[in-house]
Design a protein. Structure first.
Length: 81
């Protein structure tokens, strides 16, 4: 499996987002801290999705401080390219 990508989000409750991108697909997305149910839900929904599609769907979702955990995941994916 490719190297794990770790991202420290900004402006949200989660303290870290980690994932792999394998053949352009998102794998093993995990959020550390934050809203457990939402983090698990997002992680399961994006599992196996094309990384570019995840960015397209999640970028710009706002919760607080002008961002959200899904938006921060999109930013993490963008920064991993």
């Amino acid at each position: 499996m490719d190297n794990i990508i770790k991202y420290i989000p900004d402006g949200v409750c989660s303290k870290e987002i980690s994932f792999y991108i394998v053949d352009g697909k998102l794998k093993n997305v995990k959020f550390v801290k934050g809203c457990t149910g939402n983090a698990q839900g997002v992680s399961r929904l994006v599992e196996g999705m094309d990384a570019a599609e995840v960015v397209k769907r999640l970028k710009g979702i706002k919760c607080q401080n002008g961002t959200s955990c899904p938006d921060q995941l999109a930013t993490a994916i963008e920064n991993s390219r």
